[in-house]
Each structure stands twice: as C-alpha cells, then as structure tokens.
Design a protein around this ligand. Structure first.
Ligand code: 13P
Length: 249
C-alpha cells in the first residue's frame, strides 16, 4: 500500500511573516492526520523559519530546488548539504518552471537528483508534457524521455515522481481523472523497466490546478498517490481541505 503524499509548492510566494502565519494555523489543523505524508516547500528565504516552526510536527519540509555541486563558487546557488542542514527532508527537482524559465535540461535534472540523494534527501521528481506535445500525441514520448534521462543511474529509494502536465499548471484546467490515471499508469510502467516490482512502491503525485474540489476524484485513481499543489496551497484553509481529502468524501 502506498501512503498518500501531499505537498505544497509555494513557488515564489510568502514572506517570513506570511510563512509564520500559515504554519501557525496549519500545524494544529492537521496534527491528527496520520495516514497522509504532508510536506511544505516554501521559498529558500522561508526555510529556516519554517523548519523552526514545524519542529515536532507531522509535516515534512521540502526545498523547491537545489544545485548539484557540494560547495564552491556558484553565486546564488544552494547545495544539498545546506538543504539538509536547514531541516529539509525532501527537495523538488525538475519542475517545469525550472525547465522552462531556467533552461534546466534532463541532464542537469539528473545531476541534481544524484547529488540530492547522495546528501540523503528524498526527491520529488517532476515531469510532464506541454499542450503542444499532448496535442501532437507525444505525451508518452515526453514522459518516457524525462524518466529515462532524469533517473539515469538513480536507485528507487526515496524517489517520488510528480506528473505535472504543463497545460494544467496555474491554468485552472485540471487533467481529468482518466487523463491523470492514463499518464500515471504509463509512468509506473516505465518505472517498472527501471526498478522492476519496486515500481509498485513508488508514489506518483499529480500536480496541476489541484483544488479542494477536485482532489477527491484525483485521489480515487488507482495510480494517483498524492498531489503537488501550487496555487491552492497558498491559502491555509484550502490546503487543509486538500490534505484532509478523505473527510470530504
Ligand atoms: P498549480 O496548483 O498552481 O496549478 O501549480 C501546480 C504546480 O506546479 C505544483 O508544483
């Protein structure tokens, strides 16, 4: 049985006081949720305060990105060791916004995953097709390549895959349950080529306009094991409802 994993990706949002305020409402509201792994990925600037305020809670801390070198002259970058040191258990790698705006290629994504895992971090590895790729019937080709190149030489342990169709991110257009299930089943099949039976234990999250309204039907899909939530994770009451999706059934 795969335990559901629900993570908030705040992207470039929230100041220190907004981070504190969110966490002070969120922690008590979800403290009894035992059957879902919950993670928050605030911006780098909020990690320290989040780490302090999440201590002794059931919420894991995640970073939104990391560089692959351990240290040195890389102005503006943050190393896996720094992420671990500040209290992160997970890191998001390969988000489509990094691929799109910062030209992150599969090779870079792979180097980041190698390095993050070496430092003991769990990785939330993002993949997904654009609208043009979907319309051209290339969804599976894109996923296949991103998985093969991104996970080259990586063992299965502590890998969480996030399927985030680019056309569904921040657009209010969620994939239907059928579209999500179809892509997730394909991803699991490809993971099977890499990891054999262990692919059944890997959690595959859906991301792209997840809301309190649609989380239930997405989570009902056989191969959807959780969600990576952007916009709807910024409002604490919405993210609480998403984490407690079982109560909304
Ligand atoms: P939205 O939930 O805002 O569509 O963002 C999804 C996402 O990119 C999470 O990583």
């Amino acid at each position: 049985m795969r335990k559901p994993f629900i993570a908030a990706n705040w992207k470039m949002n929230k100041t220190l006081s907004e981070t504190r305020e969110f966490i002070s409402s969120f922690v008590p509201a979800v403290k009894d949720v035992k059957d879902v792994d919950i993670a928050l990925a605030p911006p780098f600037t909020s990690l320290a305060i989040a780490s302090e305020n999440l201590k002794n809670s059931n919420i894991l801390l995640a970073a939104q990105d990391v560089f692959y070198e351990e240290k040195g002259a890389y102005t503006g970058e943050v190393s896996p060791l720094m992420i671990v040191d500040i209290g992160c258990r997970y890191v998001i790698i390969g988000h489509s916004e990094r691929r799109q705006y910062f030209n992150e290629a599969d090779e870079v994504v792979n180097k980041k995953i190698v390095s993050a895992k070496k430092a003991g971090l769990g990785v939330i590895f993002c993949i997904g097709e654009s609208l043009a790729e979907r319309d051209a019937g290339k969804t599976f080709d894109v996923l296949q390549k991103e998985i093969a190149d991104g996970l080259k030489g990586i063992d299965d342990k502590d890998i969480v895959v996030a399927y985030e169709p680019i056309w569904a991110i921040g657009t209010g257009k969620t994939a239907t349950s059928e579209q999500a299930q179809e892509a997730h089943a394909y991803i699991r099949e490809r993971l099977g080529f890499l990891y054999g039976n262990k692919a059944d234990e890997i959690r595959i999250l859906y991301g792209g306009s997840v809301t309190p309204e649609n989380i239930g039907s997405l989570m009902a899909c056989k191969d959807v094991d959780g969600a990576l939530v952007g916009g709807a994770s910024l409002k604490v009451e919405n993210f609480i409802k998403i984490v407690k999706f079982k109560e909304g059934k």
